[in-house]
Write a protein that binds this ligand. Sequence first.
Ligand SMILES: C[S@@+](CC[C@H](N)C(=O)[O-])C[C@H]1O[C@@H](n2cnc3c(N)ncnc32)[C@H](O)[C@@H]1O
Ligand code: SF4
Length: 453
Amino acid sequence: MSDLFKKYNVQGPRYTSYPTVPYWEISPDQNQWIKLLGEELKISKQAGRGAAIYIHIPFCESLCTYCGCHKRITKKHELSKPYIEAVQQEWQNYKDRLGISKIDVSELHLGGGTPTFMTPDELKQLLEPIISDFDLVEGYEFSFEADPRVTNYEHLKALAELGFKRISFGIQDFDPKVQEIVNRIQSEEEVARLTEDARELGYDSINYDLIYGLPLQTQDSIKRTIGFVSELKPDRIAFYSYAHVPWISPAQRRYTEDDLPKGEEKRQLYELGRKMLEDAGYHEIGMDHFALENDSLWQAVEGKTLFRNFMGYMPKHVSPMIGLGVSSIGDSWTAFAQNEKDLDKYQQLAAAGEIPIFRGHVLSQEDLILRKHILNLMTRGYTDWQQNDRFTEFLLQLDENLIEFSNDNLIERAKNSITVTDKGRAFIRNICMAFDARLQRKRPDTQMFSKTI
Ligand SMILES: C[S@@+](CC[C@H](N)C(=O)[O-])C[C@H]1O[C@@H](n2cnc3c(N)ncnc32)[C@H](O)[C@@H]1O
Ligand code: SF4
């Protein structure tokens, strides 16, 4: 395996979308975006599905130096009020332009940044009017991200009253040395107490975010973290590979590359965590995720309905996705649209009645086909193609792209399909890259993505 880790440890996307953001070409304008969104809403309604709504709250009180998310570090809580007004205005702009007063919804996700930067009352003020416009589809799910350091019982209670049943706690690592170097100190007791509170309040799905590959992490720190996590038994675990992208997140330069476990050493941290989680009753899901047997994510794996988008893995196909808030990404299935990343500009545009898009991409026929294959690989470790898929020139050259993976026993080939082997799971991003026509045609000439291992 050692040689394989060296061979395949190259920069590569994480495929939360295809095409990946750096390869987006022509953005839809506001009218086109609304038209495509309206079409997908109709398709979704006919299929008995609802839309996904993502709301981004960018504020965090302090900077975790590893963080690659879009956030604004501030202690000024007075920023919340104008932000709430802007998000509500943006929602109104969508309704006006789509010509609707109600919308079928199956997912609401509150992410960040840190949603619980806002007070429980502010969260209610933000969400109540938006939720009142939802026609909820059976089996709907409301979820949010909670930083244990700034989340209290009142937050959990307020959001439970609004219908939230899923919660995702940011944990990352419990080792004090690791916590110090990444500037994120939080105790095991704090997390245990909040987990207990959440269960008491009726949250029926709890997720923990962990990261492997952080500075100063060792086999011992992983043992401590996963050992404690296994005792608390969250329903799901995201065990993310640390993305080292200091050209995008300069705070990652506060530690040196020498502090980082890399290549095979990094992968061994994952393998240790995986073994411990499997021993504790978890199943590996897609890439870097785990779930208990009774969790809907594992049931989705068994029922072959697992889906993935910008919000991560979910049990079934949900589309379209409307992203509200600064930097949020929307997905109409045929196009992507990302909001302004600058807070002031975002707020001004929303107030002016605009849909505050700053970039996006309208998918070509080829993009739509390749998106399907990459999604299959990321969710099922398998994909197949029919003769009529062949009209994409690109699929004709696939054989050539896949030979190396077959030779290294990372995939099993049949005439028109591939299956990722157990050995190949560590290289799933590399395998997806073989289907990424845009990347194959123009390899990045600067640093663009994190390393695949
Ligand atoms: C928006 S943050 C979580 C919410 C909340 N702000 C918190 O920290 O608890 C989403 C997750 O992204 C993951 N993440 C952030 N930066 C990362 C990086 N550089 N590499 C891998 N995962 C990262 C972390 O696991 C984090 O919990
Ligand atoms: S990990 Fe969470 S709390 Fe830390 S900086 Fe990133 S978004 Fe903010």
